[in-house]
Design a binder for this molecule. Structure first.
Ligand code: LLP
Length: 468
């Protein structure tokens, strides 16, 4: 294997080294590909021992390529960091909204993680992947009665978000032989710097009880005979690079924990949510998983000492930082439009339907050309999707080698909130997904076809007129 050190794209070299939150020293531009990424003797990108161009030849494009080793490494980093910095019990939950499918839930489950689900659909997926109900935590600000019953019947913990849900859960619990296990979600009132759509900790948020209601909620729960309030939860937002808000959160949670104990509630778990950011570009500089866990554990330990309460079981629920850098999306390059003095558009065979993040949050991505990994980066182009929408741009300004129709463009760090937010806009079938490891590639998401697109369409008889 002639593995090549991949140079800084801002110099004349070509590509990027693996993304990781492991805290190891690397130069700032070297973090965007999955851990197993290499350049092989054909000068092609290889991930999980598989040549990316071969994967596209075999499975088609667009193609989500998930590196199993990278997900497992991130899970291990979380587990080991909690073991290192937390003296009590802990559990890491995978926030499956980042990417919910059978294979990803099964990998998370096999790493000993619990799973945070936010709908009956995510709950069903995790159960079908073999994750036991008692490791599932059900979030959401407007769960239906049906969803709540489904979760309770499967032994999940309900993350109660508001008064309506509280009374629904209390009513459901009356018919159950065992107490229903819940945790309470509060809005912590902590500001952080991230896109406004993915900020949840500030007071003006649709999620969770207002902190002013803490005592009222505790008082209500004290009167419920068949509801066990086992914990408290707060989440401040996503793609966060600052550690300070997480430190503040620990203090806030421990204050409520002490109060809950004074009400005689059986609270023994605190959940700090997720939110650790990842690298999408060479200038992003998120803290490592280890640093994130360390700050939280130290702040929690200090706060518990100061408030004289026992160490709780410490839960966290990362999504993006477990899966985001473990996946790339491979596209086939098609048409080019050169507008002299203005820009060159390079179109690929997917776009906003498989990655809605650039158009939704103005997210910035980087790309490489998988079959030209050593060619010099001579072009600056705008990578456009194929949807009927001018805003369907994946990358505004991509530095790439001179490439041809049929070349394979790989957009990096697409594991989080890409497939899970994918759509059939313009009736594009959703891409296939493969998991790669040690030279083996297995389908985890079958590519949709035209029949799939019509699966739920119905044509009422009266519309079956012959066309005039
Ligand atoms: N826990 C709760 C209660 C959450 O709301 C979230 C994310 C997480 C955990 C996981 O956060 P993470 O570790 O992934 O940052 N679609 C947006 C992200 C929305 C995040 C929603 N909540 C995006 O594409 O950036």
């Amino acid at each position: 294997m002639s593995s090549t050190t991949i140079a800084n794209p801002q110099n004349s070299g070509c590509q990027y080294l693996p993304a990781t939150n492991d805290g190891a020293e690397r130069s700032p531009n070297q973090y965007l590909l999955p851990l197993t990424a290499k350049v092989n003797h054909k000068e092609h990108l290889e991930i999980g021992g598989c040549d990316v161009a071969d994967l596209v030849a075999r499975f088609g494009s667009p193609l989500y390529i998930l590196d199993e080793d990278s997900v497992r490494a991130a899970a291990r980093q979380y587990r080991e960091a909690f073991r290192r910095y937390w003296a009590g019990d802990s559990l890491v939950l995978y926030a499956s909204k980042a990417w919910s499918c059978l294979a990803v839930c099964a990998i998370a489950g096999s790493e000993g993680l619990g799973i945070d689900v936010v709908s009956g659909g995510e709950l069903y997926t995790a159960l079908q992947a073999g994750v036991p109900g008692d490791k599932l935590y059900f979030h959401g600000n407007n769960k239906s009665l049906e969803e709540l019953r489904f979760a309770v019947d499967n032994g999940c913990t309900i993350m109660v978000d508001n008064w309506l849900e509280m009374s629904t859960v209390a009513a459901i619990s009356k018919a159950k032989p065992q107490p229903v296990r819940i945790m309470l979600r509060f809005t912590p009132g902590i500001e952080c710097h991230t896109h406004e759509y993915i900020r949840t900790g500030h007071l003006d948020s649709k999620f969770g009880f207002d902190p002013d209601q803490v005592e009222q909620v505790f008082d209500y729960l004290r009167q419920q005979s068949n509801v066990d309030c086992v914990g408290l939860h707060a989440h401040i937002g996503s793609q966060i690079f600052e550690l300070e808000p997480h430190r503040d959160l620990a203090g806030v949670l421990v204050g409520w924990y002490k109060l809950a104990l004074s009400y005689g509630l059986p609270v023994e778990q605190l959940n700090v949510g997720g939110g650790l950011g990842i690298r999408y570009t060479e200038s992003d500089d998120p803290p490592s998983i280890d640093a994130w866990v360390k700050v939280i554990c130290e702040a929690m330990t200090e706060a518990c000492k100061a408030q004289d309460v026992p160490l709780p079981r410490l839960l966290s629920e990362p999504g993006r930082s477990l899966i985001g850098s473990a996946c790339v999306t491979a596209y086939t390059i098609g048409s080019q439009k050169v507008i002299p003095e203005i820009r060159t558009y390079l179109a690929v065979d997917g776009g906003m339907s498989d990655n809605p993040r650039p158009i939704t949050y103005q997210s910035v991505y980087r790309a490489v050309v998988a079959n030209r990994m050593k060619d010099p980066l001579t072009e600056t182009v705008t990578v456009a999707g194929k949807h009927c929408e001018s805003g369907d741009i994946l990358i505004k300004s991509a530095k790439l080698p001179n490439s041809q129709p049929g070349d394979i463009l790989v957009v990096m760090a697409t594991g989080a909130y890409n497939y899970s937010m994918a759509s059939n806009y313009n009736r594009l079938p959703r891409p296939a997904g493969v998991v790669v490891k040690n030279g083996e590639a297995n389908i985890i998401l079958q590519r949709e076809n035209y029949v799939d697109l019509l699966r739920h369409d119905r044509l009422p008889g009266r519309l079956l007129h012959p066309h005039v």
